[in-house]
Ligand binder design. Structure first.
Ligand SMILES: Nc1ncnc2c1ncn2[C@@H]1O[C@H](COP(=O)(O)OP(=O)(O)OP(=O)(O)O)[C@@H](O)[C@H]1O
Length: 242
C-alpha cells in the first residue's frame, strides 16, 4: 500500500519541450515527499503525468496498478495561479466539492457528509468563516480551504503543487501539521516546493528534478550540496532564457 512507481517516463510538450526525461522513481508511502528543482524542471509535470493530465511515454503504476485507475484515490491541489478565486462560492460549499468524486450522479450531499465538511473546517481552523465567499479570504486561508476539501475527499494520495506560495506563516504551520498527521495516518503526500530552507523540516523523502531525476530518496541522504549543484547549476537558467 502506498507505492508510486514511474518507469522510464518521459513527457514532451508540443513535440519540442522535453519536460521529463526517462524518469525512474519508486516513492514508498506513507510519506511526505518533496519534489524540488529549478524553474521549469518538470515538477508540476511529474504530478500531472501521475494524474493522467499530461501525456507521457513509459509506465506509471500506483500500488502495482496503472495510475489511470487510481484517479479517485488522489486528491490534487493545483498551483494557486490556476484557480479562479472570483468564482461565487462560500467556504463551506467549496469544501463540500471534495465529496463529489464519491457521490453518484445526481445524488445529493447527505447530512453525514455535511458533518464531515464541518469537521474538516474545524481542523483547518475556518469553521467560523464557513459562510464567507472564497474571494474574501487571504491567500493562506484559501489554501486551508483547499486542504479541507482534500480532507473531505479522504483520498489515500494527496498531491499539492506549491501549496505555500502567498501563504502566511500561521497558515503554513497549520497546513504542515495537518499533512504530518495525515502521513502518520498512512497517507502518501507529494508536494511541489521551491523554498529550500524548509526542506529538512517538512519532507521525509525528496525527489530532486532537472528534467531528469538528479536524486531521490530519504531527505537526509539526498539533500546535500553536490546534488543541489547538480540540479540548480548555473546553465539551466541561461538555457531556458529566464
Ligand atoms: N502545457 C504546456 N505546454 C507546453 N509546455 C509546457 C506546458 N507545461 C509546461 N511546459 C514546459 O515544460 C517544462 C516543465 O514545466 P513544469 O511546469 O513541469 O516545471 P516546474 O518545475 O513545475 O516549473 P515551475 O517551478 O516554474 O513551476 C517547462 O519548460 C515549461 O515551459
Amino acid at each position: 500500500m502506498g507505492m508510486i512507481e514511474c518507469k522510464n517516463v518521459s513527457v514532451v510538450y508540443n513535440n519540442e519541450v522535453e519536460a521529463l526525461h526517462h524518469i525512474d522513481l519508486a516513492i514508498k508511502g506513507p510519506t511526505i515527499t518533496g519534489i524540488i528543482g529549478p524553474n521549469g524542471s518538470g515538477k508540476s509535470t511529474l504530478l500531472k503525468a501521475i494524474l493522467g493530465m499530461a501525456q507521457f511515454n513509459g509506465e506509471i503504476n500506483i500500488d502495482g496498478v496503472t495510475s489511470k485507475k487510481f484517479l479517485k484515490k488522489i486528491a490534487y491541489v493545483a498551483q494557486k495561479s490556476l484557480i479562479d478565486l472570483s468564482f461565487p462560492i462560500t467556504v463551506k460549499e467549496c469544501v463540500s466539492l471534495g465529496i463529489l468524486p464519491s457521490l453518484g450522479l445526481f445524488k445529493r450531499i447527505k447530512k453525514a457528509d455535511w458533518k464531515r465538511v464541518e469537521k474538516a473546517l474545524d481542523i483547518v481552523g475556518l469553521r467560523e468563516q464557513e459562510q464567507r465567499q472564497i474571494s474574501a479570504l487571504s491567500g493562506g486561508q484559501f489554501q486551508r480551504v483547499l486542504i479541507a476539501r482534500c480532507l473531505v475527499q479522504n483520498a489515500d494520495y494527496l498531491f499539492l503543487d506549491e501549496p505555500f506560495v502567498g501563504v502566511d506563516m500561521i497558515s503554513e504551520d497549520i497546513i504542515i501539521k495537518i499533512l504530518k498527521n495525515l502521513r502518520n495516518e498512512g497517507k502518501t503526500i507529494l508536494i511541489v516546493h521551491h523554498d529550500l530552507s524548509k526542506v529538512k523540516d517538512y519532507f521525509d523523502q525528496l525527489v530532486m528534478l532537472n528534467s531528469k531525476v538528479i536524486a531521490a530518496g530519504a531527505t537526509a541522504e539526498v539533500f546535500n550540496m553536490q546534488n543541489l549543484k547538480c540540479a540548480y547549476g548555473e546553465n539551466i537558467f541561461v538555457d531556458r532564457g529566464e
